[in-house]
Design a protein around this ligand. Structure first.
Ligand code: SF4
Length: 189
């Protein structure tokens, strides 16, 4: 299981592959030490689901651990509404939907399917606007794209692979002040 990729890391890898390495270094640390305000409020939103303090109706599953052997990923889904066969990922804000966020939802979908759940719809729920954003189910082409991305993730070596440092991203990165690749200051401090 230790070779499995955390679904939550897929979006971070697109943002910056080096951030995955830093995450593995600092994951044991107090999260106040490195997490910025947006990430902390996002964590709080998920904690409410993880602690099952959100309103869930009978038949809803919240904070369900999931796994997919075919993709080699593990994670926790936010909400599955069994009566509507609907898988939902909650986000505080969705001003822009990033490819990595879509990969996360696709990965959760494939986990649920492999585990035997019926999923006919997938969606993001934007907490700040109380709106649902439905996505089409991933096609075979989408699945191939996700598998290719996961393969790229697996082959990444932080000590060997080069990447272009983007100061605009660094300024919004939670590891900015601890990263040896930049001298930027984090906008959140
Ligand atoms: S500070 Fe910049 S280079 Fe370092 S992990 Fe973050 S985005 Fe990547």
């Amino acid at each position: 299981m230790e070779d499995y990729i955390a679904i939550a890391n897929l979006n971070d890898f697109i943002f910056c592959p080096y951030s995955i390495y830093l995450h593995s270094v600092y994951m044991e640390s107090d999260e106040d030490m490195y997490k910025a305000v947006p990430q902390l409020s996002g964590s709080e939103a998920h904690k409410r689901v993880d602690c099952k303090t959100t309103s869930t109706r009978k038949g809803d599953l919240a904070a369900l651990p999931v796994c997919c052997d075919e993709l080699g990923v593990v994670g926790v889904i936010d909400i599955y509404k069994s009566d509507r066969r609907l898988l939902i990922e909650r986000k505080n804000n969705l001003k822009q939907l990033f490819r990595g966020q879509i990969y996360q939802l696709w990965a959760q979908y494939f986990c649920m399917i492999e585990m035997g759940y019926l999923v006919e719809r997938i969606a993001f729920y934007e907490i700040s606007t109380n709106k649902m954003h439905y996505l089409p189910l991933p096609s075979d082409k989408d699945k191939a794209e996700l598998l290719s991305f996961i393969s790229e993730y697996r082959s990444y070596r932080p000590d060997k692979d080069t990447f272009s440092v983007n100061p605009n991203k660094c300024r919004h990165c939670i590891y900015c002040n601890m990263c040896d690749k930049t001298d930027c200051d984090n906008v959140y401090t």
